[in-house]
Design a protein around this ligand. Structure first.
Ligand SMILES: Nc1ncnc2c1ncn2[C@@H]1O[C@H](COP(=O)(O)OP(=O)(O)O)[C@@H](O)[C@H]1O
Ligand SMILES: N[C@@H](CCC(=O)OP(=O)(O)O)C(=O)O
Length: 282
């Protein structure tokens, strides 16, 4: 991304996946990484940007707190894990943002929030007011009340819907991988990293596999391309980068070289957020 593009960003959404927030061996929170990410976000806000964080991790963190070894598959166990984990996540974020004298607020969203025009507008007003007050919204799906029929299930799509709703210029997905490869690199060692995508066509969609590379992630690359469609059609650039080193955030916004895949904004005048939600996830 050129320096000019990065400097123009006013409102950004950053999504971090469960695998980037937790230690692979134990499932426990990676405090060092969280602390560094919070510092990066506070610094971006200090530069005058409206910053929104979409954080996964509720189920993974809850599961670890309860001492559950296996990844839960039934919805009620996931809901119970999320109830414990979301509270723990927010407690940690509040403490870390507080250390930098920044305020964070929790916004939990369900598919209903996005489908219903009244609640969608209410959510937008809440985001606008939080930005106005200088508060960093921390968003997750409201997993404890979302059933199979009514859940997004992945925060890639959710983060793109939020980016579209709040009119963000940029969405960054911090993943456990450097970006979009020509194939899943965990399965195909010859897969190559793609640096830029100007048009989302069939060739690109075929590269992304739905399988996740970790024990805690959801969606794999397929949901990231759904997110790319929503974000770019809504006029935002989207970047997939590795959450392993969160200093990639200031590399992006300082116009430095960074490793990742940039999907160029490609505003589509026919794109209507509400129609998209009804067609694809409603
Ligand atoms: N074409 C592809 N390029 C890169 N990763 C891919 C691709 N297809 C599938 N994947 C898988 O997607 C995973 C990233 O998604 P996910 O497991 O949901 O993690 P996160 O939520 O941290 O982003 C990678 O670890 C990789 O195994
Ligand atoms: N809402 C769920 C996360 C779902 C999800 O998308 O997870 P991930 O693939 O780790 O980004 C949770 O907080 O556990």
């Amino acid at each position: 991304m050129s320096e000019n593009t990065s400097k123009r960003c006013r409102r950004i959404v950053i999504k971090i996946g469960s695998s980037s927030l937790t230690h692979e061996q134990t499932g426990g929170l990676n405090f060092t990484k969280m602390e560094k990410m919070v510092r990066e976000l506070c610094d971006l806000q200090n530069q005058g940007m409206d910053v929104c964080l979409v954080s996964s991790g509720a189920i993974a963190v809850g599961r670890q707190s309860i001492g559950m070894k296996e990844r839960p598959s039934d919805i009620s166990t996931k809901q119970a894990c999320a109830a414990v984990g979301q509270a723990k996540l927010m407690m940690t974020y509040q403490k870390l943002f507080g250390e930098y004298n920044h305020a964070a607020g929790q916004v939990l969203i369900t598919k209903n929030t996005m489908i219903n025009p009244v609640s969608r507008n209410n959510a937008k007003n809440t985001f606008d007011e939080l930005f106005h007050l200088g508060v960093i919204p921390i968003v997750n799906e409201n997993d404890t009340v979302s059933t199979y029929e009514m859940q997004f299930g992945d925060n890639d799509t959710l983060s793109a819907l939020v980016a579209s709703l709040i009119g963000a210029d940029m969405l960054i997905l911090l993943s456990d991988i450097d970006g979009l490869y020509t194939d899943d690199p965990h399965k195909n060692p010859k897969a190559q990293l793609i640096r830029e995508v100007s048009t989302l066509d069939e060739k690109i969609y075929e590269m992304a596999k739905g399988s996740t590379g970790s024990n805690v992630g959801t969606g794999g690359m397929a949901t990231k391309l759904t997110a790319a469609k929503i974000a770019t059609f809504s006029g935002a650039d989207m970047i997939i980068a590795n959450g392993n080193d969160v200093s990639v955030l200031h590399q992006i916004f300082e116009g430095e070289d960074y490793t990742g895949t940039l999907f160029h904004a490609n505003s589509n005048p026919n794109f209507r957020l509400a129609d998209f939600i009804m067609e694809s996830i409603g």
